[in-house]
Design a protein around this ligand. Structure first.
Ligand SMILES: Cc1cc2nc3c(=O)[nH]c(=O)nc-3n(C[C@H](O)[C@H](O)[C@H](O)COP(=O)(O)O)c2cc1C
Length: 360
């Protein structure tokens, strides 16, 4: 039997989750946030209780600049994950995205694994999710189905050529994606967010997406979950000696901090930071660099795997970490955090100077 003749999109999702939980398929390179130094304020004249973390985005108010980023739906038990994460998002009044809804298009009986999120509350801000390649045929019909299933407040279209190319059964042809995005932007009247899945976005891509009319981008840069690594580890479960494209491209991508600076300084649409965001300090640094908010994917999945109580404590701690960073930069709200002073060092500085996206 060929490698993946027996693997379908629903089994693959379950396997991806298992690999992320058991094998931590992360980049060996970092996000480069360690090269962003925030200037410490010893005289902030603020109380931690007065720190205001709320933001207004996509016509909604969110209490914290935290996005529970796209992961699941479409496989066994993914309804339980989506429900737990949606309940967390609702409790803390933050937005949440479901995982790719491709499985629903193929297996409509799996719709409930996504719909459970909307069942948590009609007021939860839910972002739908589909691949750029998956909307090339009949874009209107596809987005109608997935948006109506969860009554989505926004739609994320993901770009993942790295993952597809390292996946034995993945796509090899990426033509026609930008035209499909333009068609969806013109057709839907909810915000369209285009996201990467961990390899980062350059300013050239961000500009094309802005010209296409998208409402926001989510850079999902390198330094966190590596989809190349996920696919290598998946292949090794079948062929232990496997050496493939994914080994070579394990660390391919634009580190998250570089991707944020590239994009925020090149487009006028909101930028969401993600990819290897692992602490409230990473969130604070993302906002100082110019992002509106930051998304985390695998950390929420890992926290949930330790139980609902742990997941809640994880969120509480993340929020406190954000507030501490705001206080130590003397920032009473997110607007003043954006003005906080910082210094860039090392490879990150070299990158943004060479790319002409930062003037200091
Ligand atoms: C288990 C898992 C499943 C994911 N599935 C999707 C998906 O279906 N659609 C998508 O756009 N991104 C998906 N992602 C990518 C994340 O949204 C995010 O871009 C990436 O994992 C980097 O963030 P992290 O380092 O915080 O995990 C998935 C991530 C994980 C961990």
């Amino acid at each position: 039997m060929g490698f993946d003749e027996d693997i379908n999109v629903r089994d693959r999702k379950v396997e991806h989750i298992d690999i992320v939980l058991k094998e931590s398929p992360e980049y060996h390179i970092s996000t480069w946030f360690e090269y962003v130094y925030l200037i410490h304020n010893s005289l902030p004249e603020l109380s931690i209780d007065d720190i205001d973390t709320h933001l207004d985005l996509f016509g909604s108010r969110f209490e914290y600049p935290i996005l529970i980023d796209s992961m699941t739906g479409g496989g066994e038990n993914t309804d339980k994950i989506n429900r737990a994460l949606a309940e967390l998002a609702y409790k803390y009044q933050v937005p949440i995205s479901c995982g790719s809804q491709k499985a629903y298009l193929k297996y409509p009986e799996l719709g409930y694994t996504y719909r459970v999120m909307r069942d948590v509350s009609k007021d939860l801000f839910i972002i739908g999710n589909i691949g750029g390649q998956d909307i090339r045929n009949n874009p209107k019909e596809v987005v109608d189905k997935i948006v109506s299933l969860i009554e989505a407040d926004a739609l994320a279209i993901h770009l993942n050529p790295l993952q597809e190319l390292t996946q034995p059964e993945g796509d090899r042809d990426f033509r026609g994606v930008i035209d499909a995005i333009v068609e969806v932007v013109d057709y839907l009247d909810i915000p369209i967010i285009v996201k990467e899945t961990g390899a980062g976005m350059s300013y050239e891509v961000a500009k094309s997406l802005e010209a296409a009319g998208v409402s926001a981008i989510n850079v999902s840069g390198a330094g966190g979950t590596s989809w190349s690594a996920v696919e290598v580890l998946r292949s090794r479960r079948r062929f232990p000696e496997h050496l493939g494209i994914g080994d070579i491209y394990w660390d391919w991508g634009i580190p998250t901090a570089a991707s944020i600076i590239e994009t925020v300084n090149s487009v006028d649409i909101p930028v969401i930071a993600s990819g290897g965001i692992r602490s409230g300090l990473d969130i604070v640094k993302s906002i100082v660099l110019g992002a509106e908010m930051a998304g985390l994917a695998s950390p929420f999945l890992k926290a949930l795997s330790k139980g609902i109580d742990y997941l809640d404590k994880y969120m509480e701690s993340l929020i406190m970490q954000v507030k501490v960073g705001m206080l130590l930069t003397g920032s009473k709200d997110l607007k003043s955090l954006k003005e906080a002073r910082y210094v860039l060092l090392g490879p990150l500085k070299e990158w943004v100077v060479q790319r002409g996206v930062w003037s200091g």
